[in-house]
Design a protein around this ligand. Structure first.
Ligand code: PMT
Length: 219
């Protein structure tokens, strides 16, 4: 049995990929399976929290104890998060959000012809940045998926996004896999969670978050 470190807290989590529509049948997405975010949702519930899981399309069952809100695009994910954020004590952004969306998606299936097809992309809103810019934001945890220079890029991302905690992972060793390893970056330095099944990693991450959250509350 896990200790109830987050009893009475509301934890809002994003998970999985986003999907940006190109036409009636195609879209831009990524290979996030949702497993890391869903494991964190389960671990947060085990720790006594009320959990809301805003999820892109995945093949996974809803984790026990979570209220799940299904979304497709980054904009829909932002709207769903915005609707729930006011009552959240802790926000954890695990979703792999598309940085761009298709400016003019086609209602109909685009037909093939001999021409080069150009897609125009516009930048998506940053869900995390949107939350940290609010007057009284919840305790915010970001993830960084990098393919190289993990520590350097992740620390820069933590500073830029003004996050008390960022969990860094190498994308090729994290996305879609059953296990993961994380480097947790916060004001007191780095903590390494060595490779283990995602639920084990999630439980350690939740314990770390609970410690920092409690310290912030009593400061
Ligand atoms: O789903 P799995 O297969 O289990 O894989 C897990 C994972 C690799 C997807 C996960 O562990 C992970 O690293 N998630 C974050 C992936 C990511 O998009 O990272 P990023 O470095 O691009 O984004 C940084 C942070 O900003 C993330 O918390 C992200 O959710 C958030 N973000 C990014 C873009 C955007 N428009 N809005 C955001 O809120």
């Amino acid at each position: 049995l896990q200790p109830k470190l987050l009893l009475g807290r509301m934890v809002l989590i994003t998970a999985g990929p986003t999907f940006e529509r190109i036409d009636a049948v195609r879209g831009i997405t990524n290979t996030s399976s949702g497993k890391m975010g869903y494991a964190i949702a389960r671990a947060a519930y085990e720790a006594g929290a009320e959990v809301i899981l805003v999820s892109g399309e995945t093949a996974l069952p809803t984790p026990v104890g979570s209220r799940r809100i299904n979304v497709q695009s980054a904009q829909q994910m932002l709207n769903a998060v915005d609707n729930e954020i006011a009552t959240a004590d802790i926000f954890i952004g695990v979703a792999a959000v598309s940085d761009y969306y298709v400016l003019n998606p086609s209602e109909q299936k685009i037909k093939k012809d001999a021409h080069i097809l150009t897609l125009e992309l516009g930048p998506n809103p940053d869900i995390l940045a949107n939350i940290t810019a609010k007057p009284n934001p919840p305790f915010c945890v970001g993830f960084a998926a990098e393919s190289e220079n993990l520590l350097e890029y992740a620390e820069a991302k933590r500073k830029r996004k003004k996050l008390p905690l960022l969990a860094a992972n190498l994308v090729q060793q994290a996305m879609g896999r059953e296990d993961n390893e994380l480097i947790l970056l916060d004001d007191s330095g780095e903590t390494r969670l060595t490779r283990a099944p995602k639920l084990d990693i999630a439980r350690k991450l939740i314990a770390h978050i609970a410690r920092l959250y409690d310290a912030e509350q009593t400061a």
